[in-house]
Design a protein around this ligand. Structure first.
Ligand code: NDP
Ligand code: GDR
Length: 373
């Protein structure tokens, strides 16, 4: 009998990689997707199976983390062996704009799922993974951050995730549910949402290189992050549910770079050498050399990166650096993809898209490039 898993947030970056991973392991996978006014399944379209096909292994259910009756019904129908709670309003900056909604989805949504497990008497059957976050460390109290480092959340998102973290621990201790937190540091991929900084950068550089945009506007370029690849991190989510006892783990690479360094790395991958000058809101990046043929849209001397204070946050998390020793020693987990390899993969994927757009445009087709509003 194959194991059965439910993934909330299956249409997101991690959900899509995790669904692929579990299907390859022979799981029956049930994803919960939100109703949207347009298609929102592009990250999972390639693994979607026609429900009329023989022995389908991948199923989608409409649902929402704000709706307990819906979550309880799906859990009752599916009776999963494992639940991966990846669904969230996951954008830190947006959480300042929509704090109440973020709390409802990210904090109460987690409680709703745990309560559904309890209400249905699935405490002994269903293992639960909570997508916790390095944002819990916020104003960091210790470097590098490990499982025992105190939390100091700095956004409505992080505060909501802190509730989710503790309610997961509480349901484990109170009801014996196999429930655990993966405290994941930032992880990226070509499937990363377009408004998170890495993808904003790789996509912006690719569009500028191909002449589709002129300038990339960013916020705090001094921010330091420990960036890994989502594929490595979803493997770890699964590993955490295969242990004898539930435990919380930090997942990170143990290395950090700044947003500015990520910009330079991304531009270099497109054959653009950049130099930063100026300070604060006056800081800019200028093209000082070009190589290869990926950037016909720019010339030496062009200013292609500027600061826009619109992207500053009311309270910032300046630096995050994780210590994944526990995951390495207890679970044998190691990240396999470096930040350089990940950046190269993301830039190449965005260049492919930008080149297709540029080609269509050069043949007179009207193609608009979606931008952050
Ligand atoms: P994404 O933003 O790519 O995906 C979030 C998913 O949650 C999407 O499928 C989204 O649906 C869904 N979702 C949003 N609101 C609701 C709701 N009300 N009900 C049900 N589903 C909802 O995030 P990631 O894949 O990057 O992250 C996965 C999880 O891990 C999130 O919980 C995030 O907070 C957490 N995390 C992420 C890290 C990272 O660096 N990526 C690091 C640490 C933690 P839709 O597609 O319709 O928008
Ligand atoms: P983060 O990721 O807030 O760490 O949350 P994000 O990529 O949004 O920001 C990283 C850092 O870059 C700075 N920054 C900008 N960020 C965005 N989005 N846009 C900009 O223009 C910009 N300029 C500079 C930010 O200020 C920040 O310091 C991500 C999410 O996936 C969370 O869900 C997850 O929990 C954490 O990672 C770990």
């Amino acid at each position: 009998m194959s194991k059965v898993a439910i993934i909330t947030g299956v249409t997101g970056q991690d959900g899509s990689y995790l669904a692929e991973f579990l299907l390859e392991k022979g799981y029956e996978v049930h994803g919960i997707k939100r109703r949207a006014s347009s298609f929102n399944t592009d990250r999972i379209d390639h693994i979607f199976e026609d429900p009329h096909s023989k022995n389908p292994k991948f199923f989608l259910h409409y649902g929402d983390l704000t709706d307990s009756s819906n979550l309880t019904r799906i859990l009752r129908e599916v009776e999963p062996d494992e639940v991966y709670n990846l669904g969230a309003q996951s954008h830190v900056a947006v959480s300042f704009e929509s704090p109440e909604y973020t709390a409802d989805v990210d904090a109460m949504g987690t409680l709703r799922l745990l309560e559904a497990i309890r209400f249905l008497g699935l405490e002994k059957k269903t293992k639960f993974y909570q997508a916790s976050t390095s944002e819990l460390y916020g104003l960091v109290q210790e470097v590098p951050q490990k499982e025992s480092t105190p939390f100091y959340p700095r956004s409505p998102y992080a505060v909501a995730k802190m509730y989710a973290y503790w309610i997961t621990v509480n349901y484990r201790e109170s009801y014996g549910i196999y429930a655990c937190n993966g405290i994941l540091f930032n992880h990226e991929s070509p499937r990363r949402g377009e408004t998170f900084v890495t993808r904003k950068i790789t996509r912006g550089i690719a569009n500028i290189a191909q002449g589709l945009e002129n300038c990339l506007y960013l916020g705090n370029m001094d921010a330091l992050r420990d960036w890994g690849h989502a594929k490595d991190y979803v493997r770890m989510q699964w590993m955490m549910l295969q242990q004898d006892k539930p435990e919380d783990f930090v997942i990170a690479t143990g290395k950090q770079i700044s947003v500015r360094e990520f910009v330079v790395m991304s531009a270099a991958e497109a054959g653009i050498k950049l130099e930063f000058s100026g300070e604060g809101v006056e800081e800019v990046a200028t093209v000082i050399a070009l190589s290869g043929d990926d950037a016909p849209g720019v010339r030496v001397g062009d200013v292609i990166v500027r600061v826009d204070p619109r992207y500053f946050r009311p309270a910032e998390v300046e630096t995050l650096l994780g210590d994944p020793t526990n995951a390495k020693t207890k679970l044998g987990w190691e990240p396999e993809i470096t930040v350089e390899e990940m950046c190269a993969e993301m830039v190449q994927a965005d260049l492919d898209k930008a080149k297709r757009h540029a080609l269509l445009e050069s043949h007179g087709f009207d193609v608009s490039v979606a931008r952050e509003k």
